[in-house]
Design a protein around this ligand. Sequence first.
Ligand SMILES: Nc1nc2c(c(=O)[nH]1)N[C@H]1C(S)=C(S)[C@@H](COP(=O)(O)O)O[C@H]1N2
Ligand SMILES: [Mo]
Length: 448
Amino acid sequence: MDEYEYDRTRRREWLAGRARSAGVDRRTLLRMLAAAGVLAGPELAAADRAAAAPAPAGPAPAGPAAPAPAAGPVPGIVKPLPPEWFIPRGTNAEMRWDTLRGTGTGTGTGTGEAGDGTGFHTPVERFFVRNHTSTPLIDPATWRLTLHGSGLRGGGAEFTLADLKRLPGTRIDALIECAGNGRSFYATQQGQAVPGTPWQLGGVGSAAWRGVRLGDLLRRAGLTGAAVDVLPVGLDPEYHAADGTDLGRVRRPLPIAKALDDVLVAYEMNGHPLPADHGAPARLVVPGWVGIASIKWLGSIEVAAEPLYSPWNTDFYRLFGPDHPAGGSAPLTGQVVKSAFELARGAVLPAGRRTRLHGRSWSGAAAVREVEVSWDGGTCWHRARLHDRPRSGGWTRWSLDWAPEAPGPYELRARAVDRRGNTQPRVATFNREGYLFGAVVAHPVTVA
Ligand SMILES: Nc1nc2c(c(=O)[nH]1)N[C@H]1C(S)=C(S)[C@@H](COP(=O)(O)O)O[C@H]1N2
Ligand SMILES: [Mo]
Protein backbone atom coordinates (compact mmCIF):
# COMPACT_ATOMS: atom_id res chain seq x y z
CA MET A 1 0.00 0.00 0.00
CA ASP A 2 1.25 3.47 -0.83
CA GLU A 3 1.04 5.69 2.21
CA TYR A 4 1.94 8.86 0.29
CA GLU A 5 -0.76 8.33 -2.35
CA TYR A 6 -3.19 7.52 0.40
CA ASP A 7 -2.36 10.70 2.29
CA ARG A 8 -2.82 12.81 -0.84
CA THR A 9 -6.13 11.21 -1.68
CA ARG A 10 -7.35 11.67 1.82
CA ARG A 11 -6.33 15.33 1.79
CA ARG A 12 -8.30 15.85 -1.41
CA GLU A 13 -11.34 14.19 0.15
CA TRP A 14 -11.02 16.19 3.33
CA LEU A 15 -10.84 19.50 1.49
CA ALA A 16 -13.72 18.55 -0.75
CA GLY A 17 -15.82 17.60 2.27
CA ARG A 18 -15.03 20.85 4.01
CA ALA A 19 -15.79 22.82 0.86
CA ARG A 20 -19.12 21.04 0.36
CA SER A 21 -20.22 21.71 3.91
CA ALA A 22 -19.25 25.36 3.45
CA GLY A 23 -21.23 25.57 0.20
CA VAL A 24 -18.17 26.23 -1.96
CA ASP A 25 -18.54 25.85 -5.75
CA ARG A 26 -16.34 23.62 -7.92
CA ARG A 27 -14.19 26.45 -9.31
CA THR A 28 -13.37 27.70 -5.82
CA LEU A 29 -12.74 24.14 -4.67
CA LEU A 30 -10.22 23.59 -7.48
CA ARG A 31 -8.47 26.78 -6.49
CA MET A 32 -8.39 25.63 -2.85
CA LEU A 33 -6.91 22.29 -3.88
CA ALA A 34 -4.23 23.98 -5.96
CA ALA A 35 -3.42 26.38 -3.13
CA ALA A 36 -3.10 23.45 -0.75
CA GLY A 37 -0.71 21.77 -3.15
CA VAL A 38 -2.97 18.77 -3.69
CA LEU A 39 -3.21 19.25 -7.43
CA ALA A 40 0.51 19.89 -7.64
CA GLY A 41 1.56 16.64 -5.96
CA PRO A 42 3.89 15.43 -8.73
CA GLU A 43 5.36 18.92 -9.08
CA LEU A 44 5.95 19.06 -5.33
CA ALA A 45 7.63 15.66 -5.46
CA ALA A 46 9.78 16.82 -8.38
CA ALA A 47 10.78 19.98 -6.49
CA ASP A 48 11.79 17.81 -3.52
CA ARG A 49 13.84 15.59 -5.78
CA ALA A 50 15.55 18.60 -7.32
CA ALA A 51 16.28 20.10 -3.92
CA ALA A 52 17.67 16.77 -2.70
CA ALA A 53 19.73 15.99 -5.78
CA PRO A 54 23.51 16.10 -5.38
CA ALA A 55 25.14 19.15 -6.91
CA PRO A 56 26.28 18.52 -10.48
CA ALA A 57 29.97 17.65 -10.92
CA GLY A 58 32.30 20.21 -12.45
CA PRO A 59 32.16 23.98 -12.21
CA ALA A 60 28.57 25.13 -12.04
CA PRO A 61 27.16 28.62 -11.91
CA ALA A 62 26.26 29.72 -8.41
CA GLY A 63 22.57 29.50 -9.12
CA PRO A 64 19.96 29.98 -6.43
CA ALA A 65 19.02 26.97 -4.31
CA ALA A 66 16.00 25.03 -5.53
CA PRO A 67 13.02 26.62 -3.81
CA ALA A 68 11.38 24.71 -1.00
CA PRO A 69 7.94 23.52 -2.06
CA ALA A 70 5.31 26.10 -1.28
CA ALA A 71 3.62 25.39 2.03
CA GLY A 72 -0.13 25.15 2.12
CA PRO A 73 -2.41 24.17 4.94
CA VAL A 74 -2.18 20.53 5.90
CA PRO A 75 -5.73 19.39 6.54
CA GLY A 76 -6.14 17.77 9.89
CA ILE A 77 -3.24 19.58 11.56
CA VAL A 78 -4.38 22.20 14.04
CA LYS A 79 -1.29 24.32 14.67
CA PRO A 80 -0.08 26.94 12.18
CA LEU A 81 2.49 25.63 9.69
CA PRO A 82 4.47 28.63 8.48
CA PRO A 83 6.39 27.73 5.31
CA GLU A 84 9.68 28.87 6.85
CA TRP A 85 9.33 26.16 9.51
CA PHE A 86 7.57 23.27 7.76
CA ILE A 87 7.39 21.34 4.51
CA PRO A 88 3.86 19.99 4.08
CA ARG A 89 3.76 16.30 3.16
CA GLY A 90 0.27 14.93 2.69
CA THR A 91 -1.33 14.75 6.14
CA ASN A 92 2.08 15.38 7.73
CA ALA A 93 4.37 18.37 8.29
CA GLU A 94 8.16 18.02 8.08
CA MET A 95 10.42 20.19 10.24
CA ARG A 96 12.82 22.33 8.21
CA TRP A 97 16.40 21.87 9.38
CA ASP A 98 17.61 24.95 7.53
CA THR A 99 15.67 27.29 9.82
CA LEU A 100 16.23 25.38 13.06
CA ARG A 101 19.29 27.35 14.07
CA GLY A 102 18.81 29.91 16.76
CA THR A 103 15.59 28.43 18.10
CA GLY A 104 14.65 26.05 20.80
CA THR A 105 14.00 25.81 24.48
CA GLY A 106 16.14 24.52 27.27
CA THR A 107 19.87 24.25 27.31
CA GLY A 108 20.17 20.52 27.77
CA THR A 109 23.64 19.95 29.08
CA GLY A 110 25.02 22.29 26.47
CA THR A 111 28.69 23.04 26.69
CA GLY A 112 28.62 25.16 23.56
CA GLU A 113 29.36 28.84 23.52
CA ALA A 114 26.87 30.70 25.67
CA GLY A 115 24.06 32.30 23.76
CA ASP A 116 24.44 30.30 20.57
CA GLY A 117 20.69 29.97 20.87
CA THR A 118 20.44 26.52 19.36
CA GLY A 119 17.92 24.83 21.57
CA PHE A 120 18.27 21.26 22.72
CA HIS A 121 14.51 20.77 22.73
CA THR A 122 12.43 21.44 19.61
CA PRO A 123 9.82 24.11 20.39
CA VAL A 124 6.36 22.57 20.29
CA GLU A 125 5.27 24.99 17.56
CA ARG A 126 8.11 23.74 15.33
CA PHE A 127 7.85 20.01 16.09
CA PHE A 128 7.12 17.79 13.06
CA VAL A 129 3.67 16.18 12.83
CA ARG A 130 2.99 12.70 11.51
CA ASN A 131 -0.76 12.00 11.32
CA HIS A 132 -2.26 8.92 9.70
CA THR A 133 -5.56 10.80 9.44
CA SER A 134 -6.22 14.00 11.38
CA THR A 135 -5.75 15.54 14.79
CA PRO A 136 -8.82 14.88 16.97
CA LEU A 137 -9.91 17.55 19.42
CA ILE A 138 -10.54 15.77 22.70
CA ASP A 139 -12.17 17.34 25.75
CA PRO A 140 -9.69 16.75 28.58
CA ALA A 141 -12.48 17.04 31.16
CA THR A 142 -14.39 14.01 29.88
CA TRP A 143 -11.41 12.02 28.55
CA ARG A 144 -10.70 8.62 30.11
CA LEU A 145 -7.85 6.17 29.65
CA THR A 146 -9.10 2.60 29.95
CA LEU A 147 -6.88 -0.39 30.73
CA HIS A 148 -8.29 -3.86 30.17
CA GLY A 149 -7.35 -7.36 29.06
CA SER A 150 -6.26 -10.85 30.02
CA GLY A 151 -2.95 -9.64 31.44
CA LEU A 152 -4.68 -7.74 34.25
CA ARG A 153 -6.33 -9.15 37.33
CA GLY A 154 -9.73 -7.77 38.20
CA GLY A 155 -11.82 -5.80 35.77
CA GLY A 156 -9.15 -3.39 34.56
CA ALA A 157 -8.97 0.30 35.41
CA GLU A 158 -9.88 3.75 34.21
CA PHE A 159 -7.96 7.01 34.70
CA THR A 160 -9.02 10.62 34.18
CA LEU A 161 -6.43 13.26 33.31
CA ALA A 162 -6.67 14.50 36.92
CA ASP A 163 -5.95 10.93 38.11
CA LEU A 164 -2.83 10.80 35.94
CA LYS A 165 -1.60 14.14 37.24
CA ARG A 166 -2.10 13.01 40.84
CA LEU A 167 0.15 9.98 40.34
CA PRO A 168 3.90 10.32 40.85
CA GLY A 169 5.23 12.04 37.73
CA THR A 170 8.50 11.75 35.87
CA ARG A 171 10.24 13.97 33.32
CA ILE A 172 12.33 12.48 30.56
CA ASP A 173 14.06 13.70 27.44
CA ALA A 174 13.21 11.69 24.34
CA LEU A 175 13.27 12.07 20.59
CA ILE A 176 10.26 11.18 18.49
CA GLU A 177 11.36 10.09 15.03
CA CYS A 178 9.36 8.58 12.20
CA ALA A 179 10.60 5.20 10.93
CA GLY A 180 10.43 6.75 7.45
CA ASN A 181 12.60 9.76 8.31
CA GLY A 182 15.19 10.15 5.53
CA ARG A 183 13.15 7.94 3.19
CA SER A 184 13.54 10.26 0.16
CA PHE A 185 17.28 9.48 0.10
CA TYR A 186 16.64 5.88 -0.91
CA ALA A 187 15.47 7.33 -4.23
CA THR A 188 17.68 10.41 -4.59
CA GLN A 189 20.91 8.92 -3.28
CA GLN A 190 20.60 5.21 -3.97
CA GLY A 191 18.25 5.14 -6.96
CA GLN A 192 15.79 2.90 -5.10
CA ALA A 193 12.14 3.81 -5.49
CA VAL A 194 10.10 3.42 -2.31
CA PRO A 195 6.50 4.45 -1.60
CA GLY A 196 5.46 6.50 1.41
CA THR A 197 5.98 10.04 2.66
CA PRO A 198 9.23 11.30 1.10
CA TRP A 199 10.75 12.76 4.27
CA GLN A 200 14.17 14.36 4.06
CA LEU A 201 15.61 14.49 7.60
CA GLY A 202 12.92 16.57 9.32
CA GLY A 203 10.72 13.74 10.61
CA VAL A 204 12.33 14.02 14.05
CA GLY A 205 12.07 16.24 17.10
CA SER A 206 13.46 16.42 20.64
CA ALA A 207 11.38 17.22 23.69
CA ALA A 208 11.13 17.00 27.46
CA TRP A 209 8.10 14.93 28.38
CA ARG A 210 6.30 14.77 31.69
CA GLY A 211 3.92 12.04 32.65
CA VAL A 212 3.43 8.75 34.44
CA ARG A 213 5.55 5.70 33.82
CA LEU A 214 3.51 3.15 31.88
CA GLY A 215 4.84 0.48 34.26
CA ASP A 216 3.35 2.32 37.26
CA LEU A 217 0.01 2.60 35.50
CA LEU A 218 -0.01 -1.07 34.52
CA ARG A 219 0.78 -2.15 38.08
CA ARG A 220 -1.99 0.06 39.46
CA ALA A 221 -4.34 -1.52 36.94
CA GLY A 222 -3.54 -5.03 38.24
CA LEU A 223 -0.74 -6.26 35.96
CA THR A 224 -0.07 -10.01 36.25
CA GLY A 225 3.05 -11.97 35.38
CA ALA A 226 1.20 -13.47 32.43
CA ALA A 227 1.14 -10.22 30.42
CA VAL A 228 3.01 -10.45 27.10
CA ASP A 229 1.96 -7.45 24.98
CA VAL A 230 0.19 -4.15 25.55
CA LEU A 231 -1.83 -2.48 22.80
CA PRO A 232 -2.25 1.29 23.02
CA VAL A 233 -5.09 2.56 20.81
CA GLY A 234 -5.40 6.12 19.50
CA LEU A 235 -8.61 8.14 19.47
CA ASP A 236 -7.97 9.66 16.03
CA PRO A 237 -10.23 8.60 13.13
CA GLU A 238 -9.91 5.09 11.70
CA TYR A 239 -7.22 4.63 9.08
CA HIS A 240 -8.23 3.45 5.62
CA ALA A 241 -5.91 1.58 3.28
CA ALA A 242 -5.49 2.83 -0.28
CA ASP A 243 -8.10 0.29 -1.45
CA GLY A 244 -10.57 1.66 1.09
CA THR A 245 -10.23 -1.13 3.66
CA ASP A 246 -10.87 0.20 7.15
CA LEU A 247 -7.83 -0.80 9.21
CA GLY A 248 -9.31 0.61 12.39
CA ARG A 249 -7.78 2.93 14.93
CA VAL A 250 -4.03 3.52 14.89
CA ARG A 251 -2.62 0.96 17.33
CA ARG A 252 0.59 -1.00 17.64
CA PRO A 253 1.41 -3.77 20.12
CA LEU A 254 4.32 -3.10 22.44
CA PRO A 255 6.18 -5.94 24.20
CA ILE A 256 5.68 -5.92 27.97
CA ALA A 257 9.45 -5.70 28.59
CA LYS A 258 9.70 -2.34 26.83
CA ALA A 259 6.42 -1.18 28.39
CA LEU A 260 7.89 -1.78 31.86
CA ASP A 261 11.29 -0.33 31.00
CA ASP A 262 11.22 3.38 30.09
CA VAL A 263 7.87 4.14 28.43
CA LEU A 264 5.95 7.21 29.57
CA VAL A 265 2.28 8.14 29.37
CA ALA A 266 2.99 11.82 28.74
CA TYR A 267 0.64 14.75 29.33
CA GLU A 268 3.25 17.52 29.04
CA MET A 269 5.72 18.47 26.31
CA ASN A 270 8.48 21.02 27.01
CA GLY A 271 6.57 22.21 30.07
CA HIS A 272 3.28 22.81 28.24
CA PRO A 273 0.15 20.69 28.30
CA LEU A 274 0.49 18.29 25.37
CA PRO A 275 -0.62 20.18 22.21
CA ALA A 276 -3.51 18.79 20.14
CA ASP A 277 -1.32 17.70 17.22
CA HIS A 278 1.07 15.82 19.47
CA GLY A 279 -1.49 13.67 21.25
CA ALA A 280 -3.48 15.69 23.79
CA PRO A 281 -4.55 14.91 26.41
CA ALA A 282 -2.02 12.02 26.70
CA ARG A 283 0.27 9.98 24.47
CA LEU A 284 2.86 7.25 24.82
CA VAL A 285 6.52 8.19 24.56
CA VAL A 286 8.61 5.13 23.71
CA PRO A 287 12.25 6.27 23.92
CA GLY A 288 14.61 5.20 21.14
CA TRP A 289 11.95 3.37 19.14
CA VAL A 290 10.36 4.21 15.80
CA GLY A 291 7.76 6.99 16.16
CA ILE A 292 4.77 4.73 15.47
CA ALA A 293 5.29 3.12 18.89
CA SER A 294 4.51 6.45 20.57
CA ILE A 295 0.75 6.33 20.10
CA LYS A 296 -0.92 9.74 20.34
CA TRP A 297 -4.39 10.55 21.73
CA LEU A 298 -4.39 7.46 23.95
CA GLY A 299 -7.87 6.10 24.53
CA SER A 300 -7.30 2.58 25.78
CA ILE A 301 -4.54 0.10 26.49
CA GLU A 302 -5.17 -3.61 26.19
CA VAL A 303 -2.88 -5.75 28.33
CA ALA A 304 -2.84 -9.27 26.94
CA ALA A 305 -1.52 -12.63 28.11
CA GLU A 306 -0.95 -13.58 24.46
CA PRO A 307 0.87 -11.87 21.57
CA LEU A 308 -1.17 -9.17 19.83
CA TYR A 309 -1.23 -8.10 16.20
CA SER A 310 -2.34 -5.05 14.25
CA PRO A 311 -1.49 -3.83 10.74
CA TRP A 312 1.19 -1.67 12.39
CA ASN A 313 3.31 -4.62 13.54
CA THR A 314 2.52 -6.96 10.64
CA ASP A 315 2.09 -5.19 7.26
CA PHE A 316 3.74 -1.91 8.20
CA TYR A 317 6.88 -1.08 10.17
CA ARG A 318 8.74 -4.25 9.31
CA LEU A 319 11.50 -4.70 6.73
CA PHE A 320 10.69 -6.53 3.51
CA GLY A 321 13.04 -7.14 0.61
CA PRO A 322 15.90 -9.25 -0.72
CA ASP A 323 18.20 -8.48 2.22
CA HIS A 324 15.62 -9.37 4.85
CA PRO A 325 14.14 -12.65 6.08
CA ALA A 326 11.56 -14.18 3.76
CA GLY A 327 8.20 -13.00 5.06
CA GLY A 328 9.75 -9.89 6.59
CA SER A 329 11.82 -8.85 9.60
CA ALA A 330 10.62 -8.69 13.17
CA PRO A 331 8.53 -5.58 13.92
CA LEU A 332 10.78 -2.50 13.97
CA THR A 333 11.96 -1.33 17.36
CA GLY A 334 15.03 0.93 17.74
CA GLN A 335 16.03 3.81 15.51
CA VAL A 336 19.32 4.05 13.62
CA VAL A 337 22.06 6.72 13.74
CA LYS A 338 21.48 9.91 11.74
CA SER A 339 23.08 13.32 11.26
CA ALA A 340 21.71 16.54 9.82
CA PHE A 341 23.12 19.95 8.99
CA GLU A 342 21.21 23.04 10.11
CA LEU A 343 21.60 24.36 6.60
CA ALA A 344 19.51 24.52 3.44
CA ARG A 345 20.19 21.90 0.79
CA GLY A 346 21.78 23.92 -2.00
CA ALA A 347 22.88 26.74 0.34
CA VAL A 348 25.36 29.23 -1.11
CA LEU A 349 28.42 29.77 1.12
CA PRO A 350 31.16 32.39 0.69
CA ALA A 351 34.52 31.43 -0.86
CA GLY A 352 37.71 32.37 0.98
CA ARG A 353 35.91 32.88 4.26
CA ARG A 354 35.26 30.81 7.35
CA THR A 355 31.75 29.40 7.70
CA ARG A 356 30.65 27.68 10.88
CA LEU A 357 28.69 24.55 9.99
CA HIS A 358 26.16 23.45 12.59
CA GLY A 359 24.30 20.20 12.92
CA ARG A 360 22.94 17.50 15.18
CA SER A 361 23.36 13.73 15.35
CA TRP A 362 21.27 11.16 17.16
CA SER A 363 20.67 7.45 17.60
CA GLY A 364 17.91 5.30 19.04
CA ALA A 365 20.39 3.03 20.78
CA ALA A 366 22.67 5.32 22.77
CA ALA A 367 24.04 8.85 23.00
CA VAL A 368 26.10 10.09 20.06
CA ARG A 369 29.72 10.49 21.20
CA GLU A 370 31.56 11.44 18.03
CA VAL A 371 30.75 13.29 14.80
CA GLU A 372 32.88 13.79 11.72
CA VAL A 373 32.29 16.02 8.71
CA SER A 374 33.60 15.74 5.16
CA TRP A 375 33.52 18.31 2.38
CA ASP A 376 35.44 16.36 -0.25
CA GLY A 377 32.97 13.62 -1.06
CA GLY A 378 33.82 11.45 1.92
CA THR A 379 37.59 11.03 1.52
CA CYS A 380 38.79 13.21 4.41
CA TRP A 381 36.85 13.48 7.65
CA HIS A 382 37.23 16.21 10.28
CA ARG A 383 36.10 15.84 13.84
CA ALA A 384 33.30 18.24 14.84
CA ARG A 385 33.17 19.98 18.20
CA LEU A 386 30.34 18.63 20.34
CA HIS A 387 28.07 21.14 22.06
CA ASP A 388 26.32 18.65 24.32
CA ARG A 389 27.62 16.11 26.76
CA PRO A 390 26.50 12.92 25.03
CA ARG A 391 23.45 11.45 26.73
CA SER A 392 20.70 9.18 25.59
CA GLY A 393 17.24 10.57 25.00
CA GLY A 394 18.44 13.48 22.94
CA TRP A 395 20.63 14.50 20.08
CA THR A 396 24.16 15.84 20.23
CA ARG A 397 24.61 19.29 18.72
CA TRP A 398 27.91 19.99 16.98
CA SER A 399 29.73 22.52 14.86
CA LEU A 400 32.80 22.77 12.67
CA ASP A 401 34.48 25.62 10.82
CA TRP A 402 35.02 25.32 7.10
CA ALA A 403 36.92 27.80 4.92
CA PRO A 404 36.55 26.69 1.31
CA GLU A 405 38.86 28.47 -1.12
CA ALA A 406 37.69 27.40 -4.57
CA PRO A 407 34.21 28.35 -5.75
CA GLY A 408 32.06 25.56 -7.09
CA PRO A 409 29.69 22.82 -6.02
CA TYR A 410 30.49 20.72 -2.95
CA GLU A 411 28.86 17.94 -1.01
CA LEU A 412 28.96 18.09 2.76
CA ARG A 413 28.63 14.88 4.75
CA ALA A 414 28.30 14.20 8.46
CA ARG A 415 28.56 10.84 10.20
CA ALA A 416 28.20 9.96 13.84
CA VAL A 417 29.13 7.18 16.25
CA ASP A 418 27.03 6.38 19.29
CA ARG A 419 28.23 4.99 22.61
CA ARG A 420 27.51 1.44 21.51
CA GLY A 421 29.69 1.87 18.43
CA ASN A 422 26.79 2.15 15.99
CA THR A 423 27.68 4.37 13.08
CA GLN A 424 26.40 5.48 9.69
CA PRO A 425 27.16 3.35 6.64
CA ARG A 426 27.74 4.71 3.15
CA VAL A 427 24.66 2.89 1.87
CA ALA A 428 21.44 2.04 3.71
CA THR A 429 20.10 -1.49 3.27
CA PHE A 430 17.12 -1.32 0.95
CA ASN A 431 13.71 -2.29 2.25
CA ARG A 432 10.45 -2.11 0.37
CA GLU A 433 8.85 0.65 2.47
CA GLY A 434 11.99 2.76 2.82
CA TYR A 435 12.30 2.66 6.61
CA LEU A 436 15.42 3.34 8.71
CA PHE A 437 17.56 5.33 6.27
CA GLY A 438 20.70 5.56 8.39
CA ALA A 439 23.33 6.10 5.69
CA VAL A 440 25.46 9.24 5.46
CA VAL A 441 23.46 11.87 3.57
CA ALA A 442 25.19 14.02 0.94
CA HIS A 443 24.28 17.67 1.46
CA PRO A 444 24.85 19.80 -1.65
CA VAL A 445 26.11 23.38 -1.26
CA THR A 446 27.63 25.93 -3.62
CA VAL A 447 30.68 27.98 -2.74
CA ALA A 448 30.68 31.34 -4.50
N1 LIG B 1 -2.96 7.79 17.35
C1 LIG B 1 -1.90 8.01 16.56
N2 LIG B 1 -0.68 7.92 17.09
C2 LIG B 1 0.41 8.13 16.32
C3 LIG B 1 0.27 8.40 14.93
C4 LIG B 1 -1.04 8.52 14.40
O1 LIG B 1 -1.25 8.82 13.21
N3 LIG B 1 -2.10 8.31 15.25
N4 LIG B 1 1.40 8.53 14.16
C5 LIG B 1 2.60 7.85 14.68
C6 LIG B 1 3.79 8.13 13.91
S1 LIG B 1 3.97 7.23 12.48
C7 LIG B 1 4.76 8.99 14.37
S2 LIG B 1 6.23 9.18 13.54
C8 LIG B 1 4.57 9.79 15.60
C9 LIG B 1 4.68 11.27 15.30
O2 LIG B 1 4.52 12.05 16.47
P1 LIG B 1 4.31 13.63 16.33
O3 LIG B 1 3.23 13.89 15.33
O4 LIG B 1 3.99 14.12 17.70
O5 LIG B 1 5.62 14.22 15.84
O6 LIG B 1 3.31 9.55 16.20
C10 LIG B 1 2.85 8.21 16.13
N5 LIG B 1 1.63 8.07 16.90
MO1 LIG C 1 6.11 7.51 11.78
